[in-house]
Design a protein around this ligand. Structure first.
Ligand code: S3P
Length: 165
């Protein structure tokens, strides 16, 4: 089993919105590894970061991605930082991966002041800028397609993915 498409991209790139639209259009399930991690841990993502730290979260995330890749055949969205772990990127090698890219201003506008996103809790704009620059090459390393989501609606992005995949 393999997801029909795996969506990656930074916070605010629209993975959840576009993923849900695509799943409805294809009449398949939508799964989000952040939700899987929170459900398995019985804690919110910010609480996992606060209590156990980012390294622990990345290890849970790697396991959640491995499980979802093996058991889900619909649309799968990963947390924005999943690509940070070499082991998680390696898992994605044989899957259809779409990178939803977004420029700084749109990303900050979409995530607001970082509520619910522990890495963006302090200096959201500066942190987002650093995060976009650091991660862009990692998203590109694993993606089969890249779509800029600035100035487009989630419906248009979903249309484009459906045309490509
Ligand atoms: C993270 C992004 C979040 C979530 C966690 C860490 C990141 O997912 O996995 O807060 O490192 O960018 P979203 O991309 O869905 O916000």
């Amino acid at each position: 089993m393999s997801p029909r498409v795996v969506l990656v991209g930074p916070p605010g790139s629209g993975k959840s919105t576009v993923g849900a639209l695509l799943a409805r259009r294809w009449d398949v399930g939508f799964r989000d590894t952040d939700a899987d991690i929170a459900a398995a841990a019985g804690m919110t993502i910010p609480d996992i970061f606060l209590t156990h730290g980012e390294d622990h979260f990345r290890a849970l995330e790697r396991d959640a991605v491995a499980t979802a890749l093996a058991t889900h055949d619909g649309v799968l969205a990963l947390g924005g930082g999943a690509v940070m772990a070499d082991a998680t990127r390696a898992l994605l090698a044989d899957h259809t991966v779409v990178f939803l890219s977004v420029e700084l201003t749109a990303a900050v506008g979409r995530v607001g002041l970082g509520a619910g996103r522990p890495l963006l809790a302090v200096n959201p704009r500066a942190t987002m800028k650093a995060l976009l620059e650091q991660r862009r090459p990692l998203y590109r390393e694993i993606a089969d397609f890249e779509i800029a989501t600035d100035g487009t609606t989630p419906e248009q992005v979903a249309d484009e993915i459906a045309r490509w995949t």
